[in-house]
Design a protein around this ligand. Structure first.
Ligand code: PLP
Length: 294
């Protein structure tokens, strides 16, 4: 199985959308087809740690459309670890593309009811000591430290604003750790009314780095993984203009948000924003063919 990672690169957006400001995109989506974007960064230190602790299985949590689940399954396969995914909700008749892929990469899927899923700690007693646990979405210190490396793999020092999308906020915490003092890190939440997000991020940050994160909460388009026609239309228009593919869960909402705040005069004249394209394109496989033009 091929596990060569490509190096992320920065590309400039044309002036078809942002007419009076230069906006760049950091393409971490291209590092790998399956373990793309932030997922590899969030997993890498966990894999090293699991090996160091001589565990033979990585076990983690997620929903039916979780990029983290499929990335974990694939990464475990290539490094020779077993994987188990504890999946939220009863087993559906038809598995999502994400779960089919995870299974194909050898992950055992354990479906649990939403009530049981909510009490993750008490689930742990059913599994033995050979398991190395990773939180839902890779939330945690090792995930944050990996995500901090996103800003080191390419030179990002000239940017004044760095935008990313947020699920658990782990990536954003990593970016806050790695940011230079002149840089403002901005998150766009993919979830509706995710009121605990800021606190979750603050909890991850080391004591000397604790600051209030800047999160935009109004670009969820109805909620997590919701993709009304207006969002699909945006994704197609954005592709036509920039030839950059986006996904329905995170990055479409991210790009939409940055364009919207720009229209509302968020940026000053000499600002230099960078948008981190953090992958997730496999989520689009759940759409009927022909929905997207790319
Ligand atoms: C998983 C994912 C996120 C969310 O990352 P968190 O660290 O959980 O906030 C954002 N964007 C994409 C494309 C993702 O796959």
């Amino acid at each position: 199985m091929n596990f060569t990672l490509q190096t992320p690169f920065i590309s400039k957006l044309s002036n078809k959308i942002f007419t009076d400001i230069e906006v760049d995109v950091l393409r971490t989506d291209i590092i790998h087809e399956i373990v793309s974007g932030n997922k590899w960064y969030k997993l890498k230190h966990h894999i090293t740690e699991a090996k160091k602790q001589q565990k033979n299985t990585i076990i983690t949590f997620g929903g039916a459309y979780s990029n983290h689940i499929v990335a974990t399954a694939f990464a475990c396969k290539v490094v020779g670890l077993q994987s188990i995914g504890i999946i939220r909700g009863e087993k559906p008749e038809n598995l999502s593309h994400t779960l089919v892929a995870a299974k194909m990469y050898g992950m055992q899927l354990h479906f649990v009811s939403r009530t049981i899923y909510a009490d993750k700690e008490s689930l742990k007693k059913y599994y033995n000591n050979d398991c190395y646990w990773i939180n839902e979405g890779g939330y945690g210190t090792l995930g944050m430290l990996g995500a901090a490396e996103i800003l080191h793999d390419v030179d990002t020092s000239k940017y004044t604003h760095i935008f990313c999308s947020c699920g658990t906020g782990t990536m954003l915490a990593g970016l806050l750790l790695a940011a230079k003092p002149h840089q403002q890190i901005m998150g766009v939440s993919a979830l509706k009314s995710h009121t605990g997000l800021e606190q979750d991020i603050i909890n991850l940050l080391p004591i000397e780095k604790k600051i209030q994160p800047n999160i935009l909460h109004n670009y969820h388009f109805g909620g997590y993984a919701k993709h009304p026609k207006s969002l699909i239309d945006f994704m197609n228009t954005f592709w036509e203009a920039e030839k950059i593919p986006t996904d329905i869960v995170y990055t479409s909402k991210l790009f939409y948000a940055v364009i919207d705040v720009w229209k509302k005069n968020f940026f000053a004249k000499n600002d230099k924003p960078l948008i981190i394209h953090c992958g997730g394109l496999q989520g689009n496989l759940s759409l009927p063919t022909g929905t997207l033009v790319f």
